[in-house]
Ligand binder design. Structure first.
Ligand code: 13P
Ligand code: SF4
Length: 359
């Protein structure tokens, strides 16, 4: 195994040789040894936009997870190659909604609600997929009058959906869906959970007829670990602590926190705070540790005392980054992510609708 310094050098050498032919994008959850080499670091929304910002680059090396690389492929130019340094970097939440189960759910909802527009000419259901989903699901939304959202624009996107539909089917993350809809004043009784293994998702037809937001039964295993007990402990240990969590956390945790927001929201809140602030953060540990190192003027710690990395984000080892960059130097595109043509146009439609919504 190559040493860290040697890998660092190989990456720097390849980057220098490639120049503007390649752009490296990195999500906030990437480890420092990778983030250091990124041309853009951001949340999933910012990285989707960044994929469009360098049309002259031949390749976009995406240091993040599979669904983010797919999105970059959909939004970048037709001749640009998107590369995911390790193809095993998926997202367990994205895997919780597969296209067949969503199609099956859609069929059941169509039988129940009908196909024709209801009062006010609104569609019976608008499908909304979280960015953390396969391109096939984005295509499903594009084909059925739906849209994509991220954790930074979920409320605006839900408003967009309610202008066009009576209800929303939100997948895969039940927590982002519930937290966002609740903040918009939608009562919990109007948010049934859809379990894809049960007929009608495990609900009675009456319950579904009263639904405003149907929540798919998916979740993030990293953010599910945060608890109200940890917040209570942080407040007891650090009076005056500001608790900020990601909206993928369960509702009681978001309710007990002072604020919730996307990874970009979290980093901006910390950067804008007066020196000497104390923050307890409920999100991935690589990001929290980096923020703590970047802001010695504050006290910043992770709510979960047990290290909780996103194991799939962590699969982007600098060794893979060096390997794909060196491939590009010799004209070989390794680990290309290309969304099949059959899904691309409709998936792009759903993404374009999101990009047109004001955050
Ligand atoms: P952000 O949109 O906040 O970057 O979150 C992406 C993600 O995967 C969080 O788990
Ligand atoms: Fe997926 Fe959770 Fe990792 Fe984000 S933190 S990429 S939602 S598993």
């Amino acid at each position: 195994e190559a040493g860290a310094a040697e890998l660092d050098e190989r990456i720097l050498r390849a980057k220098a040789a490639l120049g503007s032919r390649v752009v490296i994008l990195g999500h906030f959850y990437q480890r420092d040894e990778v983030v250091r080499h990124a041309d853009f670091v951001g949340d999933s929304f910012q990285l989707a936009r960044a994929a469009r910002s360098r049309p002259e680059a031949e390749a976009i090396v995406f240091c993040g997870v599979h669904f983010m690389a797919e999105t970059a492929d959909l939004l970048s130019g037709p001749d640009q190659a998107v590369v995911l340094p390790n193809l095993a970097a998926g997202c367990s939440m994205a895997d919780m909604a597969d296209a067949d189960s969503v199609a099956e759910c859609w069929e059941q909802l169509t039988m129940l609600y009908g196909r024709a527009p209801e009062s006010g000419g609104k569609q019976p259901v608008i499908p909304v997929t979280y960015m953390n989903s396969s391109a096939a699901l984005k295509a499903f939304c594009g084909e059925n009058g739906g849209i994509v959202c991220t954790s930074s624009n979920a409320a605006s996107v839900l408003e967009w959906a309610f202008e066009r539909g009576q209800r929303v089917l939100f997948f895969p993350d039940q927590h982002l869906g519930r937290n966002t809809a609740k903040a918009m004043g939608i009562p919990l009784e109007a948010m049934p959970l859809w379990n894809p293994r049960l007929p009608l998702g495990g609900n009675t037809p009456e319950r579904l007829l009263q639904a405003k937001v149907l929540l798919w039964n998916g979740f993030c295993s990293v953010h599910k670990r945060f608890t109200v007990g940890q917040i209570d402990q942080a407040r007891a240990d650090h009076p005056g602590v500001r608790v900020i969590v990601h909206p993928e956390c369960p509702m009681p945790v978001v309710d007990a926190a002072d604020e919730s927001g996307s990874t970009d929201y979290i980093q901006k809140a910390i950067a804008a705070a007066p020196a000497g602030s104390t923050f307890a953060i409920g999100t991935e540990i690589n990001m929290v540790n980096r923020l703590a190192a970047q802001h010695p003027e504050h006290t910043i710690f992770c709510l979960d005392p047990v290290i909780c990395p996103c194991s799939t984000m962590y699969r982007i080892h600098p060794g893979y980054l060096a390997w794909v960059l060196e491939g590009l130097m010799t004209g070989e595109v390794r680990n290309r992510i290309a969304v099949p043509d059959a899904a691309a146009a409709a998936a792009r439609t759903a993404l374009e609708r999101m990009l047109a919504v004001r955050p």
